[in-house]
Ligand binder design. Structure first.
Ligand code: SF4
Ligand code: FES
Length: 247
C-alpha cells in the first residue's frame, strides 16, 4: 500500500508547528498504525532526516500512551480501539491520512505528536487511591459482599487507561469522563467510601486547576473512548460531588 501522510511536526514546546507531507510505500495491511509510523521513521532515518516523535509503550491497548488524532478522530476511525490496535487494513492504497497530537491547553505539545498528559497523573494523585488497613487484621476483600451490578460497574470504570482521548475529542477539552471513571471505580465499592467525599472534591479541584474545560453533556468523549467508559460515570461523579458538598 502507498499512502500520503500529513503529519504535525513541532521541534519543541515553544516552537511553531506545521503539517508536513510524507509519502510512504510498502505498508502491509497487517501492520498496526504504529508499525506504519515505525516504517516511516526507518525511511526518514535512512535519509538522514529527523524521525517523528510519537508516544507508545504497551502497543496492546493498556497503557494509554498512543495518543494520536487520526483523520480528525481520537485514536482513528475504529470504535473501542486504541491507536496501537488500529490496523492498516482499515485504510486503502492511495489514502491520505492526517496525523496530529491531542489538542488541549492542559496537554501541551512536547515534540511532534507527543503531548504532556501529566495533568491526568496529578488528578489521579489528588485522590485516586484508597487507604487500606495493613495491620494484619485486614478483612479479606473477598469477604466483603458487593452487589454484582456494583462490582461490574466499578470494574468497567476501572478499565479507563488514562489516554486522554475524551479530553482531545471534547470541544471544551473537559476531563470529566476520565475523572468520573477514576471517582466511580472507588465510589461504587465499600473500600472507596471512607475517603469518598474528600476524593471527589480534591480530584475536581485539581481538574479545574489544570485548566480542563467544563462538561456540557455533548457526549463525544463516550463515543471516542477506546475503553467504552460510559457517561453514566459522569452522573455518578456529579452525585458524589453534590453529596460531598452537602456534608
Ligand atoms: S475515559 Fe476513555 S478516553 Fe478518557 S482517558 Fe479514560 S480510557 Fe481514555
Ligand atoms: S501503546 Fe499502550 S495503549 Fe497504545
Amino acid at each position: 500500500m502507498k499512502l500520503n501522510l500529513k503529519i504535525w511536526r513541532q521541534a519543541g514546546p515553544n516552537a511553531k508547528g506545521q503539517m508536513v507531507d510524507y509519502q510512504i510505500d510498502g505498508v502491509e495491511s497487517d501492520m498496526s498504525f504504529l508499525e506504519m509510523l515505525d516504517l516511516l521513521n526507518e525511511n526518514l532515518i535512512a535519509k538522514g532526516e529527523e524521525p517523528i516523535a510519537f508516544d507508545h509503550d504497551c502497543r496492546e491497548g493498556i497503557c494509554g500512551m498512543c495518543s494520536l488524532y487520526i483523520n480528525g478522530e481520537a485514536h482513528g476511525p475504529d470504535r473501542l480501539t486504541t491507536t496501537c490496535q488500529l490496523h492498516m487494513r482499515r485504510f486503502k492504497d492511495g489514502d491520505t491520512i492526517t496525523i496530529e497530537p491531542w489538542r488541549a491547553n492542559a496537554f501541551p505539545v512536547i515534540k511532534d505528536l507527543i503531548v504532556d498528559r501529566s495533568a491526568l497523573d496529578r488528578i489521579q494523585q489528588a485522590g485516586g487511591y484508597i487507604s487500606v488497613n495493613t495491620s494484619g487484621r485486614t478483612v479479606d476483600a473477598n469477604n466483603i459482599p458487593i452487589p454484582k451490578k456494583d462490582a461490574d460497574m466499578a470494574f468497567d470504570a476501572a478499565t479507563c487507561i488514562g489516554c486522554g482521548a475524551c479530553v482531545a475529542t471534547c470541544k471544551n477539552a473537559s476531563a470529566m469522563l476520565f475523572v468520573s471513571a477514576k471517582v466511580a471505580q472507588f465510589a461504587l465499592l465499600p473500600q472507596g467510601r471512607i475517603e469518598a467525599a474528600k476524593r471527589v472534591q480534591d480530584m475536581i479541584a485539581m481538574m479545574d486547576a489544570e485548566g480542563f474545560g467544563s462538561c456540557t453533556n455533548t457526549g463525544a468523549c463516550e463515543v471516542e473512548c477506546p475503553k467504552g467508559i460510559s457517561l453514566t460515570n459522569i452522573a455518578i461523579l456529579n452525585k458524589e460531588f453534590l453529596l460531598a458538598q452537602a456534608k
